[in-house]
Design a protein around this ligand. Sequence first.
Ligand code: CO
Length: 459
Amino acid sequence: MKVNFTETVLRDANQSLIATRLPFEKFAPILSDMNKAGYYSVECWGGATFDSCLRFLNEDPWERLRKIREAMPDTKLQMLLRGQNLLGYKHYPDDVVRKFVELSVKNGIDIIRIFDALNDVRNIRVAVEETVKQGAHASGAISYTTSPVHNLESYVKLAKEMRELGVSSICIKDMAGVMSPREAYELVKALKENVDLPIVVHTHCTAGLAFMTYLKAIEAGADVIDTATSCFSGGTSQPATETLCYALRDLGYEVDLDDKQLSKINSFFAPIRNEYLQNGTLDPLMMATDTACLDYKVPGGMLSNLVSQLKMQNAMDKFDEVLTEVPRVRAELGYPPLVTPMSQMVGVQAAQNVLLGERYKSIGKEVKAYVRGEYGKAPGKIDEKLAEKVLEGEKPITYRPADDLEDEFEKTKAELGDRARCDEDVLSYIAFPQVAEKFFAERKKREENTVAYTIRRID
Ligand code: CO
């Protein structure tokens, strides 16, 4: 049996360990080697890369994508997309989602992994449809979590719904790294038996489960796993590419990776990793194993958010109480997966419930919007008393949240005028208005300086 690898060093590994602070110039020299490594795909765009390019790196994310495409003509390039939220946390109108997908594919993307934080398929429908229309591979991702309303049946149902939409593969996306080897085995097996599509598994090493989880997933028939070159693996990142390649081959699986290239790639990234360790961008703790999430059933990232929130309010003595409150709030909200933005919503509400001495004395704006159905459908039933308190006699919306959004692309394009040079600019602006505006201004200034310099030189 063959196992395929998606390399994540340019996106998730980089996002999880060094907050996506890797400029294009730093990794450009290794792209031609990565192109020859034999990966199933290279995840290199979407997620936080887009925002980080504009906000911190002064890079045009679209240009980055075109450059990667040019340097890696033979490898499938992959991106992560949050369905109707694109790369952020609010819903965008359909015309914007379609344009974003169209231009992502035109600029070089082959595979778009599409997910919704609540697993509401209505929120991924338009992105999947457009991906298929553009001739790219749509991978439908399940936001993995455990709860009384999440089980093999519900996940198989979700995967079947995604297949109906036209996805070419199903990804089990364990963003928090909490999926156990047994859970992975059972879920992959159920999906394989019921949905005739390739299965991709994505997890993180945070809790130390990932290698075992991948192995059991592969034993159950998983087709693709996400890994990171070894110096950018482990901790909050993915398991190491080389290790899994070695172990799987040793077990008799067929792996298409080229060992020489893998070693070259890792030697290239190792000094970069060391540089980020030295300048403090990479906290060594991020590379360690943290099992607290297994004890508390709360993702690692959410635990650290809670700690800093309580420290800020001088309330660390309430930590245990808040941790007990988290699962209660989550249950009352219908068991949303604890991923952004739900993890923050649940965490902040649990802390408020404890610190104010009365449950739901104050209810967060986002929690209210969620209860009103503005994020999509809750996986389970929302507690009646809480719903009553928020809705005050009104009904939650039952339609798809983006249904009442008006087209935005052409209007924004007209408003931007010559500040946007192309449709890609318009999308950058719609996704991150202030950040893009600042980027456009700096780009213009930079070019003016270059022109002046060039003229002087010629003179
Ligand atoms: Co991830």
